[in-house]
Design a protein. Structure first.
Length: 250
């Protein structure tokens, strides 16, 4: 019972961060499962199963409060689903990809610093919508790494949109909305390839996260642009530095 409550609480905290900043659920939840001795492929599968319910609730919540930009949604959806299929098949084939996670963490660390610097400036930034080609180049690798490492859709897609001058609330909301379809694709492929899913992990994670999702979406809508953008950058730096540190200490 204590383990179930711990997983539910962790799911709620992870979703509160993810729903308000556009990233964090997959990375933090997968890290917890790995620390409990769960294999990398099964950890990724379990987290994505839990994310089915949470990403749906989160996406709908962001849509209702006006955080979803349709010109971003469809290109990210198409490229994200394609990347999800490729990444899940790679995860099943190779089971673990520590080197890939470290390389991605290094890239994200640089992006995080750039985002913090950009939003720390006092002048108002002009918002823009990237081209469909640029959005495709964001969606595919973000979903691929997400499936391969158990997290990465938000940490890659959200800062990439912010660096393309997308309004922070729209970037976070749209990434959360597309995440459901990316997660559904990943979960479907995992179910076909890895039927031995630990549902005692999936259920409490999903329950705790689903309860927190609507509140996180409203928090995103109310946060000032500079505060939200800086918070996203800071979170990227912390998560990336942690990933690199853990790899170096092995």
């Amino acid at each position: 019972m204590n383990r179930l409550l711990l997983l539910a609480l962790f799911g709620a905290v992870a979703q509160a961060v993810d729903g308000s900043l556009g990233m964090g659920f997959g990375v933090t939840s997968t890290s917890l499962l790995l620390s409990l001795g769960v294999g990398s492929a099964l950890a990724s599968a379990s987290v994505h199963m839990a994310e089915l319910a949470t990403s749906l609730v989160s996406g709908v919540s962001h849509f209702r409060v006006g955080n979803v930009e349709r010109r971003l949604f469809w290109p990210l959806l198409v490229s994200g689903v394609a990347g999800a299929v490729a990444g899940t098949l790679a995860a099943v084939r190779f089971q673990d990809a520590p080197l890939i996670r470290v390389v991605v963490a290094g890239i994200l660390l640089v992006l995080g610093v750039m985002i913090v610097v950009r939003f720390a400036r006092r002048r108002q930034l002009r918002h823009a919508v990237p081209s469909r080609r640029r959005l495709a180049l964001i969606g595919f690798p973000a979903a691929f790494i997400d499936a391969l490492g158990g997290g990465g859709w938000g940490p890659i897609a959200t800062p990439s949109l912010l660096m393309s001058r997308v309004e922070p609330a729209k970037a976070v909301g749209t990434v959360n909305a597309v995440e459901f379809f990316v997660t559904l694709t990943i979960s479907s492929v995992f179910l076909a390839a890895l039927p031995a899913i630990d549902w005692s992990v999936v259920a409490p994670l999903a329950a705790g996260a689903a309860l927190a999702a609507p509140f996180a979406a409203r928090a995103t809508r109310r946060m000032p642009t500079r505060v939200l953008g800086t918070a996203v950058g800071a979170l990227i730096i912390l998560l990336s530095a942690r990933t690199i540190a853990l790899a170096l200490l092995r």
